[in-house]
Design a protein around this ligand. Structure first.
Ligand code: IVH
Length: 373
């Protein structure tokens, strides 16, 4: 894959692991309560359709909606017994994750001992679920250190957070300055009854966890939609990456009424931001040759920050795509990237002023790797 898509090669790649620095041997952990995923709403229409389904499921009773940012990190379940941190596990397939306790214990946001909340005791068992992430500022510091040490920079905060959690040596993880937002409870034995998600979050905050400051409650789906569009436009004002807004029904009784599908709750949805697009100059079109001999054209770009990382190369898929898109070196082109998805050249930018005399790109007749006809 890396040979065919050179733009995908990252420092986190197993092909770059030296001396087993990245471990593949984390013990499996069976989740006492499965870690479910979320259904997605890809645009405002899908969000409103979900809102209507919830209303129908509640026989027209209007719920209070809670909106949280959708943090672009890694889901984690952190288990406390009698107030002591005993285990941290990744989501894995939702049923079985990996034990990364030693690494998560190095995160400053994660308490080793819970604080006693006002009005309730520390429960016998409580699992705090949330997202491990890397702040943009920590990511920049990490990359400055990597470059100073002569190493290749990391691709984006999410990949560096994932790589940091998979270090065998927790001292390495500690250097990476990871952070954590709590947003959900897992297994609980002995906790208080909550009458809203907002109360739950306030209680989790009292236990000692950071709760994001942009949690908002709304009475109408119109307000929810406006909130989603606000964050779509303003996502880059934050010191951490978000890829959407998660909307949850606030009332636990209404949540029980709505229930779950096989993979996700019906009472929550992830409004996903559309892929980000930027314009830049197409410097060159080159061809990479994979192990199987397959030749893939790719774009060499004037590096541009899009979708959370700086992109200097982007796939052009195959010769037909280059012909259909008719992009030529010197063109101003639109580059698109959604999260970890492969960056691609969409086509010439509107208003592109093509250099005079540029010709349509032609696929080379000779193999660029070995010169064979
Ligand atoms: S709630 C049962 N809240 O999104 C619902 N998830 O696509 C459990 N995520 O695996 C998830 N921010 O890693 C929830 N504020 C948030 C979130 C959030 C990010 C991630 C989480 C989950 C994925 C689902």
């Amino acid at each position: 894959l890396e040979e065919e898509h050179p733009e995908l090669v990252s420092d986190e790649s197993p092909t770059h692991a030296v001396g087993g620095a990245i471990s593949t041997t984390f013990d499996p952990v069976e989740h006492a309560v499965p870690m479910m995923s979320l259904d997605n709403a890809m645009d405002e229409g899908e969000l409103r359709a979900w809102g209507d389904r919830v209303l129908r499921g509640l026989d027209g009773a209007a719920p209070t909606w809670v909106c949280e940012l959708k943090f672009d990190g890694l889901a984690m379940s952190i288990r406390y017994e009698d107030g002591h941190l005993v285990q941290a596990a990744t989501r894995g397939d939702g049923k079985v994750g990996e034990d990364v306790t030693a690494n998560v214990a190095t995160i400053a946001d994660v308490p080793h001992e819970l604080s006693k909340p006002t009005g309730s005791d520390i429960p016998k068992v409580v699992e705090i679920r949330g997202e491990v992430y890397m702040r943009a500022s920590a990511f920049e510091r990490l990359n400055e250190r990597a470059v100073a040490a002569g190493d290749k920079p990391f691709v984006n905060p999410r990949n560096s957070a994932a790589g940091s959690l998979r270090q065998k040596d927790p001292a390495k993880t500690a250097e990476r300055e990871l952070s954590f937002w709590a947003y959900q409870l897992g297994d609980v034995d002995g906790g208080p009854e909550f009458s809203s998600h907002a109360d739950t979050l306030a209680w989790v905050g009292e236990l000692g966890f950071p709760i994001n400051e942009y949690v908002r409650r709304f009475g109408t789906i119109d307000e929810v939609a406006a909130h989603c569009l606000y964050w779509q436009e303003n996502r880059h004002t934050l010191d951490y990456e978000i890829d959407g807004v998660v909307i949850k029904v606030d009332d636990p009784v209404q949540r029980d009424l709505l229930g779950f599908t096989s993979r996700a709750p019906r009472w929550a949805i992830a409004y996903k931001f559309p892929p980000e697009e930027r314009t830049t100059t197409l410097l060159d079109i080159q061809v990479s040759v994979g192990r199987t001999g397959r030749a893939t054209p790719f774009a060499v770009l004037d590096p541009v920050f899009v979708g959370g990382s700086t992109v200097g190369m982007a796939t052009l898929h195959n010769r037909e795509q280059v012909a259909v898109k008719d992009v030529r070196p010197g063109d101003t082109v639109v580059v698109r990237k959604a999260g970890d998805v492969i960056p691609e050249v969409v086509g010439p930018a509107p208003g592109n002023r093509r250099p005079r005399g540029s010709a349509a790109w032609e696929f080379p007749d000779d193999c660029p790797s070995c010169g064979t006809k």
